[in-house]
Design a protein around this ligand. Structure first.
Ligand SMILES: O=P(O)(O)OC[C@H]1O[C@H](OP(=O)(O)OP(=O)(O)O)[C@H](O)[C@@H]1O
Ligand code: HPA
Length: 191
């Protein structure tokens, strides 16, 4: 696996530090919202998008001190060896959202914002369930026009427009266990 790596873009220490910072920012904003409406105790509903966000959300949620629930949502857009979006669609059998999100402060979490199709579909799916508030958070945002024009509240890192793996992100479902965010050698992706 190591021999397939071209270069490390973001190492594990930088990820850990930035996830901590981002969690503090999110916690502060949620606390301010709860203060503004004293009737609402501070509570958040996390909606991670499977599969790629699992490592990010596991780290982020442990830095968020408030009461929370978590409901997974599965969206697929890069099947198999794809490195470009094939169009995002909700995987119904794997998505476990309540019918209504009324009264809930929702934080949607994904690993990467690339074409923006996944985030747009997820956002619309959640809005249709009427949450009290909806915030969106991604670990990575690619510096490409589609991504930069997709609304998102929290971004841990802006990265160059290159295919990346590690820390939950895959190529053909491999490499998710790499602790750093890396690029792969061209011959691995084009084989
Ligand atoms: O902005 P976009 O172009 O829509 O790309 C972003 C999405 O693509 C990947 O999901 P993928 O379909 O590969 O599913 P996975 O998370 O199960 O690997 C990634 O995890 C994001 O959810
Ligand atoms: O660069 C990427 N890597 C892995 N999965 C992805 N899904 C969208 N973009 C990417």
């Amino acid at each position: 696996m190591e021999r397939d790596i071209d270069r490390v873009l973001i190492d594990r220490n930088a990820i850990a530090q930035r996830v901590n910072e981002l969690a503090a920012e999110i916690a502060d904003e949620l606390a301010a919202e709860a203060d503004a409406d004293a009737a609402t105790p501070l509570e958040v509903t996390l909606v991670p998008i499977l599969t790629g966000s699992f490592m990010f959300v596991a780290d982020l949620m442990r830095c968020l001190p408030m009461r929370m629930q978590i409901h997974m949502m599965s969206i697929t857009s890069y099947p198999g060896r794809s490195t470009a979006s094939r169009g995002a669609s909700v995987v119904a059998g794997l998505t476990r959202l309540p019918e209504s999100l009324a009264g809930l402060h929702v934080l949607l979490i994904d690993d990467i914002l690339d074409s923006g199709q996944t985030l747009q579909l997820a956002t619309q799916t959640l809005r249709d369930r009427n949450p009290a508030s909806l915030r969106t958070c991604v670990l990575l945002r690619k510096q490409r026009e589609d991504a930069m024009h997709t609304p998102v509240d929290y971004v841990a890192f802006d990265i160059p427009d290159e295919f990346v793996v590690g820390y939950g992100l895959d190529f053909d479902d491999y490499y998710r266990n790499l602790p750093d965010i890396v690029t792969l050698k061209r011959e691995v992706v084009e084989a």
